[in-house]
Design a protein around this ligand. Structure first.
Ligand code: TYM
Length: 336
């Protein structure tokens, strides 16, 4: 059976990349009843102030609802409220090989020059991610391009577990080999200041990204000031190949209006940025500012969000617990 799952880390403000690469896509498929969680256990792989972590978790949940997720369709929950994530992660730590983790580029980026001072959690981060996914036997995981390598590791872990424990006597494989779903025009939204760098919450320049909580004026100003080249938009999609900034703005337009790059070029090819940018600013404000406004309303009512998270956690536990119990049995744990 098809099961869709994804999550976002509880580590600070969300931006347009998270919205187009993840959130909006969750909303688009919500009739398939996805599991959508807040990765608070992943967040603490780098220091998070305990006084604000729970609030950050609620904020991501608010973003889910504000973007249009319906908690009756999507199961929305905090990762740490389902202890089976940690149990399965430990077992997977013993399935994954050091060599596999050594190849993970995100660890290299995030640990930088200070590898020996990084948390061990930051290193095994992708193993916890595999547990998040396989605990629900998820078959499809919608994510942005930057998560591709983690999804490949998840497939390797599933296959090795199945091989080592999972298919006794030729039974069907225990864990599915999950498909990453990296689709649409905005799987890698780039910085508004540099078309070769990913839009990211760690970029020191706030002008490089549109935050979910930015108001209409801020959104319009950031698009007006976005870096471009002096040429008008090309008449064909191929003409965007060597023009990263132009391509990024075209892709953002396509994703915000749920259309394709080709359609945007059909409408705006040959036009200058003097025409295209105001149209993009108007569209971005129209789509994004109601989400920000709704988020502000929702964050003012934590009791409502907490009720949604509590209910989601119960539903998630009901699915996760039998899977982890079965996994422990396959591994051979006492009493399992
Ligand atoms: P996180 O919290 O960094 O990002 C959340 C989602 O946003 C996508 N994204 C982008 N998409 C397009 N353009 C960008 N510039 C951009 N920046 C971020 C990410 O690809 C992601 O889909 N490890 C995950 C969280 C996680 C998870 C999981 C995801 C934990 N367990 C299980 C799926 C399944 C992460 O840090 O995402």
């Amino acid at each position: 059976p098809k099961r869709i799952l994804s999550g976002i880390q509880a580590s600070g403000a969300l931006h347009l990349g998270n919205y187009l690469g993840a959130l909006k896509r969750f909303v688009d498929i919500q009739d398939e009843e996805p599991f959508i969680f807040v990765a608070d256990m992943h967040a603490i792989t780098v220091w998070q102030d305990p006084a604000v972590l729970a609030q950050q978790t609620r904020e991501i949940a608010c973003a889910y609802i504000a973007a249009g997720l319906d908690p009756r369709k999507a199961t929305i929950f905090p990762q740490s409220a389902v202890p089976a994530h940690a149990e399965l992660a430990w077992i997977f730590n013993c399935v994954a090989r050091l060599g596999w983790l050594d190849r993970m580029t995100q660890f290299k980026e995030k640990s930088g020059k200070h590898k020996e001072r990084s948390s061990v959690g930051l290193y095994t981060y992708p193993v916890l991610q595999a547990a998040d996914i396989l605990l629900y036997k998820a078959t499809h995981v919608p994510v942005g391009e930057d998560q591709k390598q983690h999804l490949e590791l998840t497939r390797d872990i599933a296959q090795k577990f199945n091989n080592d424990f999972g298919a006794p006597g030729g039974q069907p494989a225990f864990f599915p080999v999950t498909e990453p779903v990296i689709e649409g025009p905005a799987t890698r939204v780039m910085s508004l200041r540099d078309g070769t760098a990913k839009m990211s919450k760690s970029d020191p320049s706030d002008a490089s990204r549109i935050n979910l909580m930015d108001d209409a004026d801020a959104i319009a100003a950031k698009i007006r000031k976005a870096k471009t080249d002096p040429e008008p938009l090309p008449e064909t999609v191929e003409g965007l190949a060597e023009r990263p900034e132009a391509r990024n703005l075209v892709d953002i337009y396509a994703a915000l209006s749920s259309t394709t790059r080709a359609k945007v070029i059909e409408d705006f090819g040959g036009k200058g940025f003097g025409t295209f940018k105001p149209a993009l600013a108007e569209l971005a404000v129209e789509v994004m500012s109601p989400i920000g406004a709704r988020m502000r309303e929702l964050t003012a009512d934590p009791a409502q969000i907490d009720a949604i998270l509590k209910d989601g956690a119960e539903r998630a536990r009901a699915v996760a617990e039998p899977v982890v119990a079965e996994t422990k049995k396959l591994v051979g744990f006492w009493g399992a």
